[in-house]
Write a protein of this length. Structure first.
Length: 166
């Protein structure tokens, strides 16, 4: 598992772009993690899946609610990473009205999740390989803080924990 002071491994994440901008077309766009972490402080929170109870009712909404306070502490971006495809992440972000507060990053094949050593095997429950619930604060590609939830818990990866750890 990744540890504090280690560099985040490179992987490809996807984000559903709903407004075309220079360099980003409508629909899923691929981003290299190493490239988009360069020179930025990023709060990354991982969770098991889109449209799931805790994730939809507490995890993402907490980060949306506290985004301004988190960014006021020098954070450039907040990412929600889940092992779902970019279309699902885009629809979930729209449903939760995240706007520009949180980037809804798709790790559809669990490439980053596995490289971090944070995968969660839920095959027996019909959910496949998912992400553990975690909070990671990354500065210029290097992990400054990592908190991984115990199974079934939601205590150290929420927005309030991110604020305390910054």
């Amino acid at each position: 598992m990744i540890a504090v002071q280690q560099k985040v491994p490179n992987a490809t994440l996807y984000e559903f772009i709903s407004e075309e901008t220079e360099g980003c077309t409508l629909g899923p766009n691929a981003f290299q993690v190493a490239e988009i972490l360069k020179g930025k402080k990023v709060v990354i929170f991982g969770l098991p899946g889109a449209f799931t109870p805790i994730c939809s009712a507490q995890h993402v909404p907490g980060y949306v609610e506290h985004a301004a306070a988190i960014k006021a502490k020098g954070v450039n971006e907040i990412w929600c990473v889940s092992v779902n495809d970019a279309f699902v992440m885009g629809a979930w972000g729209k449903d939760l009205q995240v706007g520009k507060a949180v980037r809804m990053m798709s790790d559809g094949s669990a490439e980053l999740t596995k490289a971090l050593g944070l995968e969660l095997d839920l095959v027996a429950r019909g959910l496949g390989i998912r992400s553990q619930r975690y909070l990671m604060i990354v500065n210029d590609g290097v992990v400054e803080h990592l908190a991984v939830e115990a199974a079934g818990k939601f205590e150290v990866s929420d927005a309030a924990s991110a604020l305390k750890s910054l």
